[in-house]
Design a protein around this ligand. Structure first.
Ligand SMILES: NC(=O)c1ccc[n+]([C@@H]2O[C@H](COP(=O)([O-])OP(=O)(O)OC[C@H]3O[C@@H](n4cnc5c(N)ncnc54)[C@H](O)[C@@H]3O)[C@@H](O)[C@H]2O)c1
Length: 366
């Protein structure tokens, strides 16, 4: 059996968080904004181009009114493209009255400072991964966002793939029964060299290596599909090829969840994934599913036929930006706020501890 699904979709909310944490529904203090939402883009480099595609696709619903970048050439290009006001100091952009929300596309070590400053100024926040780099920064982000009552959305773009949304819907509907395991992969050949790698080569600015960078994606995806709290982690990190980096270029990680199920992930900049390797798969009591990101195959024990959902390629960044603006104009809670961003960070920090100790490490939720 096979069906072609439209590329656009309404994201499936995540499983409700336990007591004391944020839950679904409108963020407690999020007052819907009238459009157009005025965006201040902080960091105009590589990924900013994908975010700008998203704002451009929204027509009059959002406008990039300000851009901050310390690199004069980048700032000149981005302000010319958008007509936005340019700033070299992102704190001045945050203080500007022409901005309702900031979109943080900075190197990792600057995320915490920009988030806290934006929250204190009452600005809503979209932040690229990773949310921040340490447990202390995570607690400080949570506190700042709660105190200000602003909305923070983590830019977890893979959640906006229709195959992921459908998989989440199937898992949450109980179609697969009790979930036994989730497997996620994000591996590609990264042609970085010492001259082009920049801040990512240095653990002080990246926070580690490949795992806290690209590896953030398969980690939040695993958590999202599992819908349970992570409990313990065992990690093996490797440097196969990018030996000039401070951190690892590859990671293999096992996560035990509180409900007894197990997550397994492989992520790398050293090599592309082997042919046939799934982007994600879920196995459960009643059946399983597997996807390469655009095709979703579902197999249930009660029926012989495999159901295949085929999706048209979609730009997940455009969908992510549209969802951010929608959250701000409706007061709806984003799929992943700082709560989920901090949980992902908890797994990653415990994985780094495990790689150092060579032992299974308990995940201390931040
Ligand atoms: N979701 C994804 O698939 C994806 C892909 C790539 C990057 N990212 C994330 O996006 C973020 C940025 O990565 P990138 O690849 O665009 O990096 P980049 O180096 O290309 O861009 C960063 C920009 O920030 C500017 N900058 C540095 N310090 C600054 C400061 N103090 N004030 C203002 N601007 C400053 C730099 O000049 C640069 O233009 C990171 O968090 C990264 O992990 C996400």
């Amino acid at each position: 059996m096979s069906s072609t699904e439209p590329a656009s979709h309404t994201p499936t909310p995540h499983t409700p968080a336990p007591e004391g944490r944020s839950s679904n529904g409108p963020a407690p203090h999020s007052i819907p904004l009238d459009g157009p939402v005025r965006i201040g883009l902080i960091g105009g480099g590589n990924i900013a181009r994908a975010h700008l595609r998203g704002y451009a696709a929204l027509g009059t619903r959002a406008r990039v009114t300000a851009i901050a970048d310390t690199d004069a050439e980048t700032l000149a290009i981005r302000t010319a493209e958008t007509g936005a006001t340019g700033y070299t100091d992102f704190l001045e952009l945050i203080a500007s009255a022409e901005v309702d929300a900031v979109d943080i596309c900075l190197p990792h070590h600057l995320h915490h400072r920009a988030i806290v400053a934006a929250a204190e100024a009452g600005k809503h926040i979209l932040c690229e991964k990773p949310l921040c780099l340490t447990a202390e920064e995570g607690r400080s982000v949570r506190e700042a966002v709660r105190r200000a009552g602003v909305t923070l959305m983590c830019a977890h773009n893979k959640l906006f793939l229709p195959a992921v949304a459908k998989a989440k819907e199937l898992v949450d509907s109980g179609a697969l029964g009790t979930i036994h395991g989730v497997r996620t992969t994000d591996e590609f050949f990264n042609d970085f060299d010492p001259a082009t790698m920049g801040w990512r080569a240095d653990a002080a600015t990246s926070g580690g290596g490949e795992y806290i960078d690209t590896g953030y994606h398969p980690t939040y995806l695993m958590m999202h599909l599992m819908g349970a709290r992570p409990a313990a982690v065992f990690a093996m990190l490797s440097t196969h090829r990018l030996t000039f980096m401070d951190g690892e270029d590859s990671a293999q990680v096992l996560v035990r969840f509180e409900n007894g199920s197990v997550g397994q992930l492989a992520t790398s900049w050293a090599h592309p994934k082997a042919p046939g390797t799934e982007r994600f798969s879920v196995v459960g009591e009643k059946g399983s599913l597997s996807s390469d990101g655009t095709t979703l195959r579902v197999s249930l024990r009660e029926s012989e036929a495999e159901h295949v959902y085929q999706y048209k390629p979609l730009d997940p960044f455009v969908a992510e930006i549209a969802d951010f603006v929608d959250c701000l104009t409706t007061g709806r809670r984003p799929l992943h706020t700082e709560a989920e961003g901090i949980d992902v960070l908890s797994i990653i920090l415990a994985a780094y501890r495990s790689a150092r100790s060579g032992a299974l490490e308990t995940i201390e939720m931040i």
